[in-house]
Design a protein around this ligand. Structure first.
Ligand code: APR
Length: 260
């Protein structure tokens, strides 16, 4: 499929689902999970830090790692891909944005009602009683390299505070999953951006959309295997999403100038 065919389908679509993974935030400087990276990610396997057992086994290591990531997010800015998705939502009759990302860059780019399948770095809670915990936005004292930080303790029960993300082996938030699934099964175009597609059940969404007759397009700089019924646009999310927006609906800035 060429980008102009997709642009045409987007113009005609009644319901578009955009499904994002770590690659959508990569150009904002947030490291992805499975690319070759520098710093902490080189030395630790995320799958081993992102579990309840890992956290209980070494809370300071895990909390330090999550605080390092949270600080990166707080300092990052949304990129063109985040902004183009928010623009698309204003131009199609219905757009559902489902993300695996635990950052808030979609919201900061103007997207509303984002479905977070894997929770958020910004909603920590007690690991024992579940009480929500309010974190200061950022701290200059936090180390860049994610060294060990003792987690805060819950004011209700004294348990450790944990990040509000979904760890391996945990269920996805039920509302998020059922809303994401329902959208995938109803949409006519499903755009999957910057995900390696190997973490289930999230990775099931494009397949569900395909099974219900949607056009499914993957946007990624790295090619991977897809079925003959799916489509692939190879390149960076920012470039391709901005290009698609312009091709489908014209340059938003130019349009706004004409309106004025
Ligand atoms: N534009 C688009 N895609 C990109 C870009 C970019 N600029 N840069 C990298 N990518 C792609 C990579 O090629 C890779 O396919 O983004 C993908 C990122 O894959 P992962 O790191 O595996 O991230 P993701 O698919 O979101 O991981 C899923 O796994 O660890 C868990 O809960 C975590 O939500 C996460 C889930």
């Amino acid at each position: 499929m060429t980008s102009s065919t997709l642009a045409q389908q987007l113009r005609e679509a009644k319901h578009v689902v955009v499904f994002t993974g770590a690659g959508a935030s990569a150009e904002s400087g947030i490291p992805t999970f499975r690319d070759a990276l520098t710093g902490l990610w080189e030395h630790f396997d995320p799958a081993k830090l992102a579990t309840s057992d890992a956290y209980r086994g070494d809370p300071a290591l895990c909390w330090g790692w999550y605080e390092w990531r949270r600080q990166k997010v707080v300092r990052a800015q949304p990129n063109e891909a985040h902004r183009a998705i928010a623009e698309f939502a204003k131009r199609v009759p219905k757009l559902t944005l489902v993300t695996q990302n635990v950052d808030d860059l979609h919201e900061r780019a103007g997207s509303q009602d984002v479905i977070h399948l894997h929770g958020s770095l910004h909603s920590p809670r007690c690991i024992d009683c579940g009480q929500a915990y309010t974190l200061p936005l950022t701290s200059d004292a936090l180390p860049e390299d994610g060294s060990r930080i003792e987690p805060p303790q819950c004011s209700a029960c004294g348990g450790y505070v944990r990040p509000g993300v979904v760890w391996f082996g945990e269920m996805l938030p039920e509302d998020a999953w059922s809303s994401g699934l329902a959208a995938a099964e109803k949409c006519d175009v499903f755009i999957s951006i910057g995900t390696s597609g190997i973490v289930y059940p999230a990775a099931e969404l494009p397949l569900r959309a395909l099974g219900h007759g949607a056009t499914v397009v993957h946007i990624n700089p790295e090619r991977f295997n897809i079925s003959s019924r799916e489509h692939f646009l190879q390149g960076q999310a920012s470039v391709l999403m901005r290009g698609l927006l312009t091709e489908a609906f014209g340059d938003p800035l130019v349009t706004e100038c004409f309106v004025e």
